[in-house]
Write a protein that binds this ligand. Structure first.
Ligand SMILES: Cc1cc2nc3c(=O)[nH]c(=O)nc-3n(C[C@H](O)[C@H](O)[C@H](O)COP(=O)(O)O)c2cc1C
Length: 318
């Protein structure tokens, strides 16, 4: 997730809560210059990701750019590259990239033909939505994807682009197509608790994976619990958050930016505490390290830590 699952998060999360089976990197847009920028290399350099499995993700609709970047990733030692077709952000879809590509199935197929027939030394996986504005669009998209059963996996976020992240996931469509797809299929969307993970697992088999975004920001012990481990203790959460803050202070060389980043985590994280909706506002308003530490201390001391997060970031479809 852009801004949230960068290298400071991955390293600190893996250290304190055990590594996820795979971390998908925030998307990278390859430029026409066939080399990664220094900024991109800060996420991609193999020594940054030592000891954890990482899958880089590309966002592009230019075949040539995908191809050079995929080869460069293989040279860096990666065994999988993910193509993002799920991001709804206006800035990317305006250029026909990402979920904007879903509006043009023929163009998308042409692009996929080229990348799957390029004999790349790296496996390709895709992440998609159901379509642009109508879930029935997935009928055609599923046909397009089925031309490439060799893809490593297809992760489906069962919403259309115009849903953004609002409303309920359209799980009925996922269910309808799950067995019609010829490649390993993964599920993503609104999985918050271990119960949700178990429900998805029990309903869809064989499932390639469950990808979790925001709920892992809220509850860093989610995957540990799903593997039979313990929920996070208050001491763990405090130590984890201190380490994350310190990592961002080092990475940014700047307290103000590090605090801004921590506020993004707290938007999700406060959902792991009882009645923290008001108290978290003091974190959002914090202007200095002292303000921030006082506001977090208030939550640690006054709001009870829960064993499961609630879905406090849910937005209704208007
Ligand atoms: C701030 C933010 C940044 C995101 N960045 C990415 C990204 O770089 N690549 C990607 O595939 N999805 C990205 N997503 C989407 C998530 O990966 C995920 O598909 C979405 O949040 C729904 O899953 P969840 O309910 O488990 O969070 C982002 C989502 C958010 C909220």
């Amino acid at each position: 997730m852009e801004g949230l699952t960068g290298f400071p998060f991955r390293r600190v999360h893996a250290h304190f809560f055990g590594a996820a089976d795979s971390y998908y990197l925030p998307f990278i847009t390859p430029t026409t210059l066939p080399r990664f920028t220094d900024r991109q290399m800060r996420e991609l350099a193999p020594d940054i990701n030592l000891g954890i499995r990482v899958v880089p993700q590309l966002l592009t609709r230019r075949t040539e750019d995908f191809l050079w970047a995929a080869r460069a990733l293989a040279d860096l030692g990666y065994d999988e590259v993910n193509l993002n077709l799920g991001c709804p952000a206006g800035t990317v879809v305006a250029k026909g990239k990402d979920s904007g590509f879903l509006r043009e199935p023929a163009e998308l197929q042409h692009f996929l033909d080229k990348i799957f027939n390029a004999d790349l030394p790296i496996a390709i996986s895709l992440k998609t939505r159901l379509g642009w504005s109508d879930e029935n669009e997935f009928d055609l998209l599923a046909d397009v994807y089925n031309h490439y059963p060799q893809m490593k996996s297809l992760t489906i976020h069962p919403r259309v682009r115009s849903d953004f992240y609002k409303g309920d996931v359209r799980e009925n469509v996922f269910r309808q197509y799950f067995h019609c797809l010829k490649m390993p299929v993964g599920y993503n969307g609104d999985v918050i608790t271990v119960g949700d993970i178990e429900k998805v697992r029990s309903q869809y088999a064989p499932l390639a994976h469950i990808m979790v975004g925001r709920a892992l920001m809220a509850d860093p012990a989610l995957f540990r619990k799903a593997k039979g481990g313990a929920p996070a203790t208050l001491e763990e959460i405090q130590t984890y958050y201190d380490a994350l803050l310190e990592s961002y202070c080092v990475a940014f060389g700047n307290v103000k930016n590090a605090l801004m980043r921590m506020k993004e985590y707290w938007f999700f994280q406060h959902n792991l505490f009882e009645n923290a909706e008001r108290a978290v506002k003091a974190i959002y308003k914090a202007k200095s390290m002292d303000d921030y530490l006082n506001a977090t201390r208030f939550i640690y001391e006054n709001c009870k830590l829960k064993t499961e997060s609630h879905f406090g970031w849910k937005k209704e479809l208007l």
